[in-house]
Write a protein of this length. Structure first.
Length: 134
């Protein structure tokens, strides 16, 4: 359900020499099994355009900014990610589109599962047919 997706504040340690943010154990509500990042994305591109059956993700704008539009099959909501100390928690069975990348944007993804093509819905129509009421 879309209400189960939310922004998570990460620790920000400010110092005159620069800021530090860390991610460990209890800060993310799932075990991190895979980490990847998107970069060098043309501003007009849209990434993602899929949903996962079981995988959960935390997306973080490490640099620059981008928008993430989430859809649970009935409702959609757009989050603008602009801070490297804030992540967007995306639950399973939520469609996502990532767009409006600023120049130099880097999107970090922490995932609850290893890559498995069978976990993806790549068609929005197929996703909507498989939504189970919670």
């Amino acid at each position: 359900m879309l209400n189960d997706c939310s922004l998570i504040s990460l620790p920000k340690i400010s110092d005159p020499r620069g800021n530090l943010t860390f991610i460990e154990g209890n800060l993310v509500p799932f075990e991190i099994k895979r980490v990847y990042y998107l970069y060098d994305i043309p501003a007009e591109s849209t990434r993602a355009a899929h949903a996962h059956k079981t995988l959960k993700q935390l997306l973080i704008a490490l640099s620059g900014s981008f928008d993430v539009t989430l859809n649970d099959g009935q409702t959609s909501k757009t989050f603008s990610l602009t801070k490297p100390y804030e992540g967007l928690l995306i639950q399973e069975m939520i469609w996502r589109d990532i767009s409006n990348f600023s120049s130099g944007a880097v999107c970090l993804c922490l995932a609850s599962e290893l890559y498995d093509e069978d976990d993806y819905f790549r068609s929005f129509d197929e996703f909507r047919k498989n939504i189970n009421p919670r």
